[in-house]
Design a protein around this ligand. Structure first.
Ligand code: ATP
Ligand code: PAU
Ligand code: K
Length: 257
């Protein structure tokens, strides 16, 4: 069985893939200091709770935080006796190599989203991922990652407002009842909600203009469903796109080596 690990700057997600479906998806916050033993304690407790007793033979990791990879490697080796595939490392082959500036680093989550989206939808895509950052990944017609856009994440923007302005409280992102807020919280939520609807719309239109062919837009990440209620921003919303991409890259590496 395959254990997929998607480590973002905010959250780390583990998902178990039995070859046909995900048996479970477990989420914890990302801490670079978490040890292999701590991962196992957390992981095995939840598996017990769900009465899942998996036979893990393979592990694949995507991490936007380089420092966590060491302990995740130890975790895979110590508890499952396997050497994980780490996306972005030279030993991990990608189905289609990216076409970007020489020497630039690409977030592994963006490579994984690209692989997952191309597998499901073919090329000419924009993948919008609402994580710590809001990223736009452009997937060419042959499935290559050819660049995109990085904007501040939604929760990061709200956090920045709160920490920079003494009178602005901490608020959660939600769709406000009106555009014109009549209290502080509604005003802030309107700014962020409608601001991001405009940002996503505007960036996708500009990408389309520059790309010059019709493109499909795929939304993913925790906040994609919320933003799709504001305006028809996406052709589809897929909450498991990153995990699906990890299974695609894992399969590709098994077939080619
Ligand atoms: N309505 C909502 N308001 C605030 N947060 C939400 C809402 N719906 C989902 N979320 C949050 O979205 C997060 C899931 O988003 P996702 O996994 O895409 O990115 P992340 O974990 O925030 O960032 P990263 O992947 O960069 O670590 C969860 O922490 C979840 O609590
Ligand atoms: C942009 C983030 C933080 C989004 O998770 C991640 O993909 C990352 O660290 N990227 C590195 C730079 C790049 O993708 O061009
Ligand atoms: K993510």
């Amino acid at each position: 069985m395959l254990l997929c690990i998607d480590c973002g700057n905010t959250n780390t997600v583990f998902a178990l893939w039995d070859g046909e479906r995900f048996l479970c998806t477990l989420r914890t916050s990302t801490h670079h200091a978490r040890t292999a033993d701590a991962y196992f304690t957390w992981f095995s407790t939840l598996l017990n709770h769900y009465r899942i007793d998996p036979d893990i033979t393979d592990v694949i990791i995507s991490s936007t935080v380089p420092r966590v990879v060491f302990n995740l490697r130890v975790f895979a080796d110590r508890f499952f006796g396997c050497r994980p595939i780490v996306v972005g490392k030279p030993e991990c082959a990608l189905p289609i190599p990216p076409r970007v500036d020489e020497g630039t680093s690409i977030g592994p989550d963006r490579l994984v989203n690209t692989a997952g989206a191309f597998d499901r939808h073919g090329g000419d895509l924009i993948v919008v991922d609402f994580g710590t950052a809001t990223t736009f990944d452009v997937v060419a017609s042959d499935g290559a990652y050819v660049g995109g856009v990085i904007a501040p994440g939604v929760n990061l923007s709200l956090e920045a407002l709160h920490s920079a302005a003494a009178a602005l409280p901490h608020v959660d992102v939600t769709k406000p009842p009106h555009v014109i807020g009549t209290n502080t919280v509604d005003c802030m939520q309107s700014g962020v909600f409608w601001g991001y609807v405009g940002l996503v719309n505007g960036i996708c239109n500009r990408i389309r203009g520059e790309y010059g062919r019709p493109m499909k837009v795929i939304g993913t990440g925790g906040l994609a469903p919320l933003f799709s209620t504001g305006e028809a921003l996406f052709d589809t919303v897929e909450d498991d796109l990153t995990m699906h991409g990890l299974t695609v890259i894992h399969r590709y590496n098994k077939e080619t080596t």
